[in-house]
Ligand binder design. Sequence first.
Ligand SMILES: CSC[C@H]1O[C@@H](n2cnc3c(O)ncnc32)[C@H](O)[C@@H]1O
Ligand SMILES: [Zn+2]
Length: 441
Amino acid sequence: MSNLLIKCMAVLTMTGEDGIIHRGEIAIRGGEICHVGASGSTPGDFKADRILDCPGMVAMPGLVNCHTHAAMTMLRGYADDMPLMQWLKEKIWPMEDHLTAEDIYQGTLLSCAEMIKGGTTTFVDMYFEMEQVARAVEESGLRAVLSRGMAGFGPNAEKAMRENIELVEKWNGRAGGRITVRFGPHAPYTCPPDYLKRVIEEAKRLGVGIHIHLAETLDEINEISEKYDKSPIRLMEETGLFELPVLAAHCVHVDDKDIEILARRKVGIAHNPQSNMKLASGIAPVSRMLEAGATVGLGTDGASSNNNLDLLEEVRTAAFLQKLSTGDASVLPAYQVLSMATAGGAKALGLEEQIGCIKPGYKADMILFDMHKPHLYPLYDIYAQIAYAALSSDVATVIIDGQIVMENRRILTLDEEAVMQAAGRSAKALVERKNASQKNK
Ligand SMILES: CSC[C@H]1O[C@@H](n2cnc3c(O)ncnc32)[C@H](O)[C@@H]1O
Ligand SMILES: [Zn+2]
């Protein structure tokens, strides 16, 4: 691994609002940041193998996509304009039955290319055939937290449990530590308490956390309160889920007591504003959650309910949506929402001492924005410019674990054209298989 020295217009360290270093330098040794400071401050004994001299660029920590289903790029545009339960039951689950391991590999590679181009350096995934997802992550150079999505009833409940255990055993800590693994019980409405208790037992035994969908729609709230006479959050607390590190996707329909539980139990919340808007699930009370001391990161959800994996769009949407829904333009200001996409996301994953900040000792996961664009002039406030005006296409360079994964918008780890072609072929064959199976019915 080579030593890199980055010289840029400014470094947003994301260690606090005053953490802007104008005309900054970042020295990277062996995948780790070893120095951050003003121009000329790098110690003389640091020998750079390569200097990235970028006077028109701003460096910030790589974006953390806290919730996705990467291979669902295969189903982008396949089912739109319906609410969650109808979308899942009538369209997505029947189609997912026809996905092959190869489709999942190609769909994940496609999503990796899209995420790298948008400045994401870490993503959190829940799906099946996770061996394929792990292979794609390893090749792409991304960092990822992977879990096998598990439903606690039906013929696949035991298989899913076994596969998630195998995923932990085989992949936790692999790809030079870039891959970590969690258990992925899908949701309270697909995983009854007895099944969840077994998941908790296995996760404790293996020393890993949980990734789950929680309190996403009113349908879920109604179903869970009819069955158990309590909210999904209270049900999870009573089941013992929050004794583990938990990342809960959505948390849209939560009351004050739920928020208090989420904050007290240090549950990481993955807020997915665009998916929640598109499925008409609702608006998560993010500013109240933050006020209560909860940890909130941002996610895209899958490319079939979003319909892209552009985390910078989520930054802008999250901020605007909170302002609109609270009637208070001062909530979720630029620094705070950018922090949710970086340091906050890292904290939601329990990785706050490794990623999410540009700081000595942290992993060298960072992105460089090219600020020399008409829509980025003039420049009053760098945080506001990145949060509200920048586009993902302004991300010029992406570095993960000290490796340059994209430079001047060219991905170096994957053949972008080949990835798109292969994904297109997989999607075509998938539709043909689905149609053939319908004819045979
Ligand atoms: C069993 S793997 C994960 C499972 O989750 C489905 N999914 C995708 N988006 C959502 C969402 O917003 N809420 C609940 N479930 C979702 C995906 O299609 C897989 O079947
Ligand atoms: Zn999801």
